[in-house]
Design a protein around this ligand. Structure first.
Ligand SMILES: [Zn+2]
Length: 77
């Protein structure tokens, strides 16, 4: 499950990490670099749900998969 580190003082959120520990490590590095190791008020690890593909993105993925399948079949024949 993806997690992000959020720092409300800096108004940032980290990239998503698959583990909570990954987001926590990002938070530790952020605190060391920007806050002298102190904990900013309100910082937290938040769950970041996986975004579903939109209709156009799904269509693009299906087209690419179909083209790859056609190329594979042509190579086998
Ligand atoms: Zn910060």
């Amino acid at each position: 499950m993806p997690h992000r580190y959020r720092c409300p003082v800096c108004a940032i959120r980290s990239r998503p990490y698959w583990t909570r520990a990954g987001a926590q490590e990002h938070g530790r590095a952020h605190r060391r670099r920007y806050h002298g190791g102190d904990h900013p008020d309100g910082e937290r690890i938040v769950y970041a749900p996986v975004r579903r593909l939109e209709r156009g993105e799904l269509a693009a993925v299906l087209i690419v998969v179909a083209l790859l399948a056609v190329a594979l079949v042509q190579r086998l024949v």
